[in-house]
Design a protein around this ligand. Structure first.
Ligand code: G3P
Ligand code: MG
Length: 248
């Protein structure tokens, strides 16, 4: 369709960097994603207590590290002492928590595009959206492909829009709201990122007809991936990097 926003991204996106093959949201995960031929990664970014942007999915460090408690309560120095690899497998023991800046540099140096999911600690939505947008503007200055910023937190998306309106944004939704057109317009998004369970040919067509791109998480069944790509979806986030990957 002629009036769709430009989409310089791969249709195959490695979820959390390395899917299930490596500890999520680490540089080790990024290396695994790159080895599998992925040229676009999704990862989750939040603020430490002392305002350092780091990659982490959960509110608490318990699941993905050897530490305990909310990430929001820890300084970067405290987070940097934790092991974010052993929970996955012994091969990744000692893998550190990466900063957003380190991952931005890694992706840029390796020709990889980024979907930066703004994943704020509870109560820090606006400041996290603003911090991610300003850091992204700075880190990607002069780069060919801008990072796509996304969030379930609309307050974070709005703060990102105000801080760096030129960076492309996607609205992430757990369930597709009836007023998705209004919300995409409000935050000046280029894309709607949906749960793959909600993906239908009709929805993909309707989003395209409204002038937006559409991507779906998390697609781990190769047959489902093929179907969504056949329907013309613009991106699929996958954990199954061996089975669902860009053509070599
Ligand atoms: O950004 C796509 C997907 O990562 C959203 O869900 O919980 O995996 O961050 P979650
Ligand atoms: Mg995510």
């Amino acid at each position: 369709t002629a009036n769709l926003p430009s989409w310089p991204y791969s249709r195959h996106i490695a979820h959390r960097g390395g899917g299930r093959l490596a500890p999520e949201n680490t540089l080790a995960a990024m290396r695994v994603g790159a080895e599998h031929g992925f040229t676009m990664f999704e990862y989750d970014v939040k603020l430490s207590r002392d305002n350092v942007l780091v990659l982490m999915h959960d509110d608490d460090v318990d699941r993905t590290s050897n530490g305990k408690g909310p990430a929001a309560a820890k300084t970067y120095a405290e987070l940097a002492q934790l092991d974010f690899g052993s929970w996955h497998s012994a091969a990744y023991a000692g893998e550190p928590l990466p900063t957003f800046a380190a991952v931005a540099r890694y992706t840029l140096a390796n020709g990889i595009a980024s979907n930066v999911e703004i994943k704020p600690c509870p109560g820090r939505e606006a400041e996290t959206g603003r911090a991610v947008a300003l850091a992204a503007r700075d880190l990607w200055q002069g780069a060919d492909t801008a990072p796509l910023l996304s969030s379930f937190a609309e307050e974070a998306l709005e703060a990102a829009r105000q801080a760096a309106p030129e960076l492309p944004r996607a609205l992430l939704v757990e369930k597709v709201p009836a007023d998705w057109r209004d919300r995409l317009a409000k935050y000046e998004c280029v894309a709607l990122n949906i749960n793959q369970k909600d993906a239908t040919r009709e929805l993909i067509d309707a989003v395209h007809a409204a002038g937006y791109r559409i991507a779906a998480w998390t697609v781990n069944d190769p047959e489902r991936a093929r179907l969504l790509l056949d329907w013309g979806i613009d991106g699929i986030f996958t954990d199954e990097l061996a089975a669902i990957r860009p053509a070599a």
